[in-house]
Design a protein around this ligand. Structure first.
Ligand code: HEM
Length: 403
């Protein structure tokens, strides 16, 4: 197992204990080795950046490319993979793997389709979905909230928004499950499950885009096609890759925001009571700051996606060479005591909260308004409808499972 430095006080990274609660180890790195070269479990070496100020700099630095083609040859030579997109699948040429000017063109196109207005119009649908899912288990007394609530809500929501017909949405639910659990029903775990899921999704999306082209509707994929027909260029493959990243960037993240968020509330009874009280009084102000605080305190994206140096960069006293991969540890940056007061405390009313849970710069999360909407409705509806909600599983099991 990798030791972050020769320092005997250095914690071990990537163990089960680390996965269950990485914050103490990240705290150590932030203080003693803020830009630290680590060997990941996949064997790939990367710089981990843990301070808030450094994280901001990296996320906004144009010298760091998102294109995996800029990774130094080392990982390829050793045959080690682990960087999504390296396998050059056509669905992987999406926003998170490209740089300007292609990124600028595609981002402009999707921004025209993914407007705040479209998200606002979607509110009643999120409310309806949330209520329907809660009805499914409210009377039962016990439920697996990830499986029955946090998992289906975002997948149905994003399918609706994109214009995936209702009769096909359960297929997406299955494919998404295969990708998340890395397994194929009946065939156990393994990368083959992911490969199969990606293949089916690719075929499905190509057909869907083809059908939409012939019969445009009031949905995001149709808007993308319209936008590309009005002068902007979007190839069939780019359209499929865009639909793919919208479906999957917004899926696991939202599942985890609802899951981690609810877990944090249930294990902080004082904070939960404050939120529950404010909801009972019909106030929404605390709900909004609460979701931001849950994104900061135990956000769904522990590490930002890969970046690769295209020129030498000195950061935190370390020289990052051309081709070196860099990972911003959002979870560490968002608990940096030099930026946040009492960073390890959950404070739902926190006002000064410049968390990096949705990233920063040109790759800032395009789905942030939708994620906020879903998380706010989901948490509020659960607390209102099930005011006595509590954890059924042992607290330690939950922490392990969350990891
Ligand atoms: C709680 C939920 C979510 C969280 C925490 C989250 C977080 C993030 C983060 C940290 C990034 C930047 C990654 C980087 O720079 O390395 C990002 C980018 C992105 N997110 Fe989200 N996201 C969430 C939900 C969504 C949703 C619902 C969608 C779409 C429906 C979405 C679509 C995207 C896309 C397309 C990008 C890439 C943007 C670009 O490269 O220009 N995300 N997200």
């Amino acid at each position: 197992m990798h030791k972050p430095s020769a320092d005997p006080a250095a914690p071990e990274l990537f163990t089960w204990e680390f996965a269950a609660n990485p914050y103490p180890a990240y705290g150590w790195l932030r203080e003693h080795a803020p830009v630290h070269r680590a060997t990941l479990p996949s064997g790939v070496e990367a710089w981990l950046v843990t301070r808030h100020a450094d994280a901001r700099q990296v996320l906004a630095d144009a010298r760091l490319s998102k294109n995996p083609g800029n990774h130094s040859a080392q990982a390829h030579r050793t045959g080690r993979v682990g960087i999504p997109g390296e396998r050059s699948a056509d669905l992987m040429t999406h926003l998170l793997n490209i740089d300007p000017p292609d990124h600028t063109r595609l981002r402009r196109l999707v921004s025209k389709a993914f407007t705040p207005r479209r998200v606002a119009l979607f509110e009643p649908r999120v409310r309806e979905l949330t209520d329907r899912l809660i009805e499914g288990f409210a009377e039962r007394g016990e439920a697996d909230l990830i499986h029955e609530f946090a998992f289906p809500l975002p997948i149905y929501a994003i399918c609706d928004l994109l214009g995936v017909p209702a009769e096909d949405q359960d297929d997406f639910r299955d494919w998404a499950g295969m990708m998340l659990r890395h397994e194929t029903p009946g065939q156990g775990k393994g990368p083959r499950g992911v490969g199969r899921a990606v293949k089916r999704i690719r075929t499905y999306l190509a057909e869907l885009i083809h059908r939409k082209r012939a019969d445009l509707g009031d949905d995001l994929i149709s808007d993308l096609i319209r936008a590309s027909d009005h002068g902007e260029h979007l190839t069939e493959n780019e359209a499929a890759a865009m639909a793919f990243i919208l479906l999957f960037a917004g899926f696991e993240t939202t599942v985890n925001l609802i899951g981690n968020g609810l877990y944090a509330l249930l294990t902080h009874p004082g904070q939960r009571a404050l939120l529950q009280g404010s909801l009972e009084r019909g106030e929404t102000g605390l709900l909004a700051t609460a979701v931001e605080e849950l994104l900061r305190y135990d956000g769904p994206v522990e590490l930002a996606t890969w970046r690769f140096a295209t020129s030498p960069i000195t950061l935190g006293g370390q020289l990052i060479e051309v081709g070196d991969p860099v990972l911003v540890v959002l979870a560490a940056a968002d608990r940096d005591p030099s930026r946040f007061e009492r960073p390890d405390e959950l404070d739902l009313a926190r006002r000064d909260n410049p968390h990096l849970g949705f990233g920063l710069g040109i790759h800032y999360c395009i789905g942030a308004p939708l994620a906020r909407l879903e998380a706010q409705y989901a948490l509020a509806a659960l607390l209102r409808r099930l005011p006595d909600l509590s954890l059924a599983a042992d607290r330690r099991i939950c922490a392990g499972a969350a990891a």
